[in-house]
Structures are given as C-alpha cells and as structure tokens.
Write a protein that binds this ligand. Structure first.
Ligand code: IPM
Ligand code: MG
Length: 364
C-alpha cells in the first residue's frame, strides 16, 4: 500500500517528518511518496497543487498532509495562493467528511486555559462538512452595486443529499462511541440550517439508539467551554465546523495536538482520505525545531485506521503518544503542563522509541 506525503509549508515539513518516521516504524511495508504543494510548489515555479502531486495522490491509498500557506503570497489572487492546494484536494477527491477528534491526555490538564476539572475526561469528535456551504457556493465575488458602492458576496448552499451523507457519518460514529450526537445549526436565521435540522430530525428515526441534541451555533460555542466533557459527537456544516474545531482544539492546551481526517464517500474503515494536523503553518515558529508534531503523528494514526483499515497499528501509535505525554515530555507549546520541554525531533524519536519497545515485547 502507498501513501502520498505532502509536507507543504511553515512547520509542515518538520512535523510531517516525525509522522513519516512513525509510519515507517509501524508499517515498514508502506511506500511513502513525497510531493510538493502550497508555497513550496509556487517557489518551484509550479501551481499550488501541481499535476504531478495530484497524480501521486490519485495513485495512493491515502494522503498525509502538513500545512500550506505563506504570508509572501497573501496578496495573490486565490488560485495562486498556497491555500488553493487544500481546496483542490478537498474538492477533487470529494473529501466531504472532516473528522476532528479532540481528547485530553493524562498529564496535560494543566496546559488547558480551562480549569482542569472541566476538561478531565474530554473526548469528543467534531464532524465537519468539508466540500459545501459558504466555502464553495456560487456566486462568490466582488462587485460594484448600482449605486457604485463596492460590495462582496459569498453564498451558503446545501442540498439535502449533501446534508444526509455528512449527518450519517455523525450518527454512525456516535453509534460506535457514547451514542450522543449534537447537531449544530443556525436555524433561527438561515434557510440552509432549517433544511439541515429538518433532515437530521427525519434521519433520527433510523438511529433510535443514538441520543440527538440540536444546538444553535452561538450556544454550541458557549457550551463547548462550559461543559466540554459532555460532548461525544458533534456534526455541523463547513464554516461552523471550522470555527468550532479551533475552539474545541484549544481545550486540549494546544492546537498542535489535533489531528484530522478528511474522508471521501465510503465507509470509514476503508476509504480514501487526507490526513492533516489542524494547527496550520505557524510561520512564527517554523524552522526552529520546536513545533508540536503530535497533530501530525495522530493524523498518521487516523490514516492507518480509516484508509488502511489497520486499527491495531493506529492504536499502537495513539498509545505511544499517550505514553510519551504521561512520561512528562512535550513540546514548548505545552510548557504550562509542567514536565519537560523537548524538541520536535526528540518528541518524534520518543514516540518511535516506544513503538519499537512495544513491537519487541509483542513479539516476545
Ligand atoms: C482548516 C483551516 C482551513 C479552512 C484554512 C487554512 C483555509 O482553517 O482546515 O480548518 O478554513 O478550512
Ligand atoms: Mg480552521
């Protein structure tokens, strides 16, 4: 089996290097093919997502992605910006289901900005629709109205089948977890949200074993900091999911801890997907060897679980990360947790070390 590896920009290359080492350690049989995207591709005179990269992705079983973006290209039109690579990958490969698991590791409670008692036991998964809504709706343009005033328009549009397929992912995940689904919308204002809520309610009959709760997005943002440990699975549209996932991420102490999976149609467990940490390029710390590789390493674990159907290796990686945290090691972003601050490479090596140890004992 093969994995396309796209390190990208900013801290992407440093943290993806550690995730790639982890993949090699648990699955030496995998072929990893590195490819360019984002500012790295633009600097090489290519498009943000070069054809060659698209081909490597298309012929692989999954994509491991770092991050794209560079302030140098901020004023370029969107198609020539590094971020365009991300949007092409999401839409070309129809990666409609974005899964963002958030959990707090033992030993990191003190790194959260919330009181430790509020986040103890926090273990939720946010399911974000990723290929529709206001990110992709047309028209999306700048214009001058009839009075000569400059204006701009974005369009939020959802079809019923688009809502159904993402909400199914939410219900299915909830069924395998604590059986509680929170659907987030803004049905007091938005037509798309009224269709969303109606559709979710109609689907609930097929999932009598899952408890369903609706929250308006503003209230959901509040409840996430008020009673975060009560959440199990949250399902929502693209932009609400973007916003709530950053909020949920920081509950763990650092956005650098958070992995994500963007899945195409098919059953989670055997489907094409792209796996990326959600922390972004972090240009302020890029190249200094201090970035947190955990989001990237846990993304590799999700890749093993959902695209390679190798749950055992996924669990080994997750347990190794938990072990390293429990031993008091973490990168500088988690300094508030106490313990010892190590570099990106040292953290990655510690994870690989525990994998090797486990591998040896497992084989007697
Ligand atoms: C994310 C990011 C992207 C998004 C940005 C980089 C365009 O914030 O994956 O959450 O908004 O989808
Ligand atoms: Mg975001």
């Amino acid at each position: 089996m093969s994995v396309a590896v796209i390190p990208g920009d900013g801290i992407g290359p440093e943290i993806v290097a550690q995730a790639a080492n982890v993949l090699r350690a648990v699955r030496p049989d995998l072929t990893l093919t590195f490819a360019l995207a984002g500012a790295a591709a633009l600097r090489a005179g290519e498009a943000p997502l070069p054809q060659s990269t698209r081909r490597v992705c298309g012929s692989s079983d999954a994509i491991l992605f770092g991050s794209v973006g560079d302030p140098e290209f901020d004023s370029a039109p969107f198609p020539q910006r590094p971020e365009a690579a991300l949007f092409s990958l999401r839409s070309d490969f129809r990666l409609f289901a974005n899964l963002r698991p958030v959990r707090v590791y033992d030993g990191l409670e003190r790194a959260s900005t919330l009181h430790a008692h509020l986040i103890r036991g926090l273990d939720l998964i946010l399911v974000r629709e990723l290929t529709g809504g206001i990110y992709f709706g047309r028209p999306k343009e700048r214009a001058v109205n009839s009075d000569g005033v400059e204006c701009a328009v974005d369009t939020m549009v959802y079809s019923k089948p688009e809502i159904e397929r993402i909400v199914h992912v939410g219900f299915e995940l909830a069924r395998k977890r604590r059986k509680h689904l929170v659907s987030v919308d803004k049905q007091n204002i938005l037509e798309t949200s009224r269709l969303w809520r109606e559709t979710v309610n109609a689907m609930a009959a097929s999932y009598p074993d899952v408890g369903l709760e609706h929250l308006l997005v503003d209230n959901a943002a509040m409840q996430l900091v008020r009673r975060p440990a009560d959440f199990d699975v949250i399902v929502t549209e693209n932009m609400f999911g973007d916003i709530l996932s950053d909020e949920a991420a920081i509950l763990t102490g650092s956005i650098g801890n958070l992995p994500s999976a963007s899945l195409a149609a098919g059953k989670p467990g055997w489907t094409f997907g792209m796996y990326e940490p959600i922390g972004g390029t972090a240009p302020d710390i890029a190249g200094r060897g201090i970035a947190n590789p955990v989001g990237a390493i846990l993304s590799a674990a999700l890749l093993l679980r959902y695209s390679l159907n190798d749950v055992q290796s996924a669990q080994r990686v997750e347990a190794a990360v938990a072990d390293v945290f429990a031993a008091g090691l973490h990168t500088a972003d988690l300094a508030a947790a106490g313990g010892s601050v190590v570099s990106t490479e040292q953290f990655g090596a510690a994870v690989v070390g525990r994998l090797d140890g486990r591998g040896r004992s497992a084989h007697g």
